[in-house]
Design a protein around this ligand. Structure first.
Ligand SMILES: Cc1cc2nc3c(=O)[nH]c(=O)nc-3n(C[C@H](O)[C@H](O)[C@H](O)COP(=O)(O)O)c2cc1C
Ligand SMILES: [Mn+2]
Length: 487
């Protein structure tokens, strides 16, 4: 596997897989772009690239569905694989393991280069104009036009020891101001607080249309003080090329499409949201959030703005977080000597159900309950685990990324009383739809682990083609499949 140089190389890969749909008909940034992106997810149709957008300079473009699923079974997860530099048909569980291995290696920092395509055009001071980009109004009901749905916010601690990459949504206010979620429990919020404690705003850079793996690493919940950019380097065995910003002391991926630089105010707050969210619902209301004041914008010729339409599964938030949270949790489980084959935050669950597969078989029912308790202590206390409300433990004959198999396992391996374990007063993400007002405010709720592990002596053989059709006959049937008349 090898890092994909930039978004344009990624578009060529998608085109080669027939997973890119260029749209030359003029489209409206107001709801129409969002509607097409959403419909493309629902049909698992190719990623739309909008070449002509109302009220926008010719050449400025929008890309949707960067990490969407495909209708073609052999490359169902092909956009995720290709974004991360793997062959498009790579098994998604293999990708999760490779990323986990990278978390566990020594980090490789970025390589600083003198110039980058992201600075082909430069707007400074009064010339800064955020309104020149085709920023979409995505969902009917959003609080504004969202310029950041798939870009990386780069921020650094005042002592420069930790550079964080993260995706948090950002909405336009006017030509040089934006606002967005700066959640106090997320690393952006933690770094923002460090600057605020010094009485200073937080310098930031927003990289839109960076190399396609960058958004994935920006949705990865690794521990505090570890820089995502160094884990990125560890995966590829070489650091990402970065250039110095024009107005803040930060570095950004050199081959990004658009860079927005400035500071996040420690004093000014305005109304942000609501917006359609990854759980599959429209956010209930707006909240006060910090103002991003923009000091410079730089961009490539004919820049491409990537856009995500968050909502019901399966969309890019779920595929990105699903993949990267899985790797972060697999790391936590391994680091705590938990017997684990693989784990996967199921896309179809809107990234709410984590499936952990355990090497078979456990000796006894007591062993399976011990593992359940151990899993609770490791998972729910970790940074990624805070955001995960439900876990299934299951033997590793189940593919944790396959929603059909997981549904079958829950239905047939979990005793409704003995295997449902409730853990009270656990720290939680407040964006979950079913939480009540008090739970959201306290960020605390009940979490569930379903124990689907079956001790060896209790297990029945599976009834299925690979299991109890004799091997010779399996071969014969596969060989003759088209002769039977099947296409
Ligand atoms: C497309 C997309 C949008 C996201 N939007 C937000 C958001 O608005 N707020 C948030 O707290 N997390 C959001 N996330 C999840 C965070 O990026 C994720 O929790 C990440 O680990 C945060 O970085 P950090 O661990 O460095 O804090 C989003 C993820 C993706 C993929
Ligand atoms: Mn982080």
């Amino acid at each position: 596997m090898k890092q994909v140089k930039d978004l344009r190389e990624y578009l060529e890969i998608l085109d080669g897989l027939n997973e890119l749909q260029e749209i030359d008909l003029e489209v409206d940034w107001n709801l129409e772009i969002g509607a097409i992106i959403r419909r493309a997810y629902d049909l698992r149709a190719p990623a739309p690239l909008f070449n002509k957008i109302k009220d926008t300079e010719d050449g400025f473009r929008v890309l949707g569905g960067s990490a969407g699923l495909s209708t073609k079974p052999e490359i169902k997860f092909g956009r995720i694989a290709a974004s991360l530099g793997f062959a498009p048909s790579t098994d998604i569980n293999e990708i999760v393991v490779a990323i986990t291995d990278a978390i566990e290696k020594d980090g490789i920092p970025p390589q600083v280069v003198d110039s980058g395509a992201c600075q082909e055009n430069i707007m400074l001071g009064d010339d800064v104009d955020l309104l020149c980009f085709p920023t979409p109004h995505i969902h009917d009901g959003d609080g504004g036009r969202y310029i950041n749905t798939w870009g990386t916010i780069i921020a650094q601690t005042p002592d420069k020891s930790w550079t964080n990459w993260s995706i948090n949504r950002i909405m336009l206010l006017d030509k040089n101001r934006m606002t967005g979620l700066v959640p106090p429990q997320q690393h952006l919020g933690i770094i923002h607080q460090m600057w605020a404690d010094k009485g200073e705003p937080t310098p930031f850079a927003l990289a839109l249309g960076a190399p396609p793996a960058v958004p994935f690493f920006s949705g990865m919940p690794i521990p505090e003080k570890i820089s995502e950019q160094n884990v990125y380097g560890a995966l590829y065995g070489e650091g990402i090329p970065v250039v110095k910003c024009k107005t803040v002391d930060l570095h950004v991926p050199a081959d990004s499409e658009i860079i927005i630089e400035g500071t996040i105010s420690e004093t000014q707050r305005v109304s942000e949201g609501p917006m359609g969210e990854f759980a599959g619902y429209m956010g209930a209301h707006d909240t006060p959030q910090p103002v991003y004041n923009v000091s410079a914008i730089t961009y490539r010729n004919n820049p491409i703005l990537p856009v995500v339409y968050a909502g019901v599964p399966v969309e890019d938030t779920q595929t990105c977080c699903g993949t990267m949270y899985s790797a972060a949790i697999l790391h936590e489980l391994r680091a705590n000597d938990f017997p684990v084959t693989s784990c996967f935050l199921l896309f179809e669950s809107a990234a709410h159900l984590l499936v952990v597969t355990v090497p078979r078989p456990c000796e006894s029912m007591e062993d399976t309950h011990d593992l359940t308790h151990k899993a609770k202590n490791i998972i729910f206390k970790s940074k990624p685990g805070v955001d995960i409300p439900k876990v299934l433990l299951v033997d590793d004959d189940i593919d944790p990324s396959d929603a059909d198999q997981v549904m079958w396992a829950i239905a047939t391996r979990v005793h409704p009383q003995k295997d449902a374990h409730y853990y009270y007063h656990q720290k939680t993400l407040p964006l979950l739809h079913y939480l009540n007002v008090a739970e959201k405010k306290d960020m605390s709720s009940t979490k569930l682990i379903l124990n689907g592990l079956i001790p060896g002596f209790d297990r029945c053989e599976i009834s299925g083609f690979e299991y109890n059709v004799p091997e010779d006959l399996q071969k014969k049937v596969l060989h003759n499949w088209s002769k039977y008349g099947y296409k």
